[in-house]
Design a protein around this ligand. Structure first.
Ligand SMILES: Cc1ncc(COP(=O)(O)O)c(C=O)c1O
Length: 384
């Protein structure tokens, strides 16, 4: 999309054609779930009208095209996350499902025991809390919680103190659903690895807003939900480093996850199918691929420039991106900000730096809150 045309963008979301109480529908609840653009809805419909079949098991035409479309979607997710291979992409039903998968198989593996601890933060969604509590109940391990300061940032000193106790796993959100805090996950992952812990990052709120490179982050597990990123409900992704997914046991048993079944013993399938028992959400996976295409076609610099012109104080952590944003703002709007915007900026600057919650802006035509976008290892780089 060139330039930033809010009406053209709204027109891509059929639900926004509706009026509520005589006014155009404005939807701001994107952190809970996103609305779906026509590009995604068309792909879902096309699947059921022209491709519908079970996959990985039929030799007929529909089975072949549905299987190809499903696996192409897996490839798109792998490219979007920069995973080193598509075998590291497991389709789940969402973030909650992915976290439960990891917690359950870690439990089965016997890697977590009585004297171990699991570290989370006080910023976590229940999905990234309760599965670890349940794992602790089953194994006798202890759940440790990193406190959060009043401004929504992590107590980094406490994080490092907890790491001295050598937790087996650290599970953290990338962006907090409650505060918008963006955790500097890269240095946190590095520190956790130095302490010998595996790391799971909950990307439910990050995937719609940030580029995520799982290899650059060196993260062990990364999970997200399709429905928060323009795809349907009931589809999600677990990225896992191949070495861990190969080593860990399967979780659900059934069709697809097996290579050979014998009453005397079963041989499990290769990745990624080992973790995908039963008929998957085929249409959801294909639509997720379309949603990621939609996201990649969206120019965040234009959106950020538009928000800047409306008085938001936006900066990218990367100075080159900030310079690009400044140029883009000038091109799109001639000048950036005005006196009222300057006052708003002063307030916003106290709150945060970084990237707008693009979706909020996208649907409402009014800038939403700002969050910090950074991966720099310093506590001042969290929302503050
Ligand atoms: C940070 C975070 N983690 C996990 C979840 C759970 O996502 P889902 O219900 O799609 O599994 C949410 C949903 O709001 C979330 O915001």
């Amino acid at each position: 999309m060139s330039g930033y045309d809010v009406s053209a963008l709204r027109a891509q979301f059929p639900i926004l054609e509706h009026e509520v109480h005589g006014k155009p529908l404005v939807y701001l609840d994107n952190a809970a779930t996103s609305q779906k653009p026509r590009a995604v809805l068309d792909v879902s419909r096309h699947y059921y009208e022209e491709q519908n079949s079970n996959i990985h098991r039929g030799t007929h035409h529909l089975a072949q095209i549905a299987t190809a479309a499903h696996e192409e979607a897996r490839e798109k997710v792998a490219v979007h996350l920069n995973a080193s291979s598509k075998e590291e992409i497991i389709f789940t039903s969402g973030t909650t499902d992915g976290i439960n998968l990891v917690a359950t198989v870690l439990g089965y593996s016997g890697r977590i025991g009585k004297r171990d601890s699991i570290l989370i933060s006080n910023l976590e969604h229940h999905s990234n809390t309760v599965p670890w509590q349940m794992l602790c109940e089953r194994t006798g391990a202890e759940l440790k919680v990193i406190p959060v300061r009043d401004d929504g940032t992590l107590e980094l000193d406490a994080f490092h103190r907890f790491l001295d106790e050598r937790p087996k796993l650290v599970a953290l959100t990338h962006i907090s659903n409650a505060f918008g805090t963006v955790l500097p996950v890269k240095p946190l992952i590095q520190a956790a690895h130095e302490a010998g812990a595996l790391v799971l990052i909950d990307g439910a709120q990050a995937i719609p807003h940030l580029p995520v490179d799982v290899q650059a982050l060196d993260v062990d597990f990364y999970v997200f939900s399709g429905h928060k990123v323009y795809a349907p409900t009931g589809i999600g992704v677990l990225f896992g480093k191949r070495e861990h997914l190969d080593d860990l046991p399967p979780w659900r048993g059934g069709g697809e996850m097996i290579k050979k079944v014998d009453y005397a013993g079963t041989t499990y399938n290769d990745l990624p199918f080992k973790y995908e028992a039963g008929t998957p959400n085929i249409e959801g996976a294909i639509a997720l691929g379309a949603a990621l295409d939609f996201l990649e076609g969206f120019d965040d610099l234009d959106a950020a420039a538009h928000a800047t012109s409306a008085g938001m104080d936006l900066r990218f952590d990367d100075p080159d991106r900030s310079a690009q944003l400044a140029r883009r703002s000038h091109r799109l709007f001639g000048r950036v900000g005005d006196a009222a915007a300057g006052r708003r900026n002063a307030v916003l600057r106290q709150q945060a730096l970084g990237l707008i919650f693009v979706n909020v802006h996208l649907f409402s035509g009014t800038p939403g809150p700002v969050v910090l976008l950074t991966d720099t290892p310093s506590s001042t780089n969290q929302l503050g």
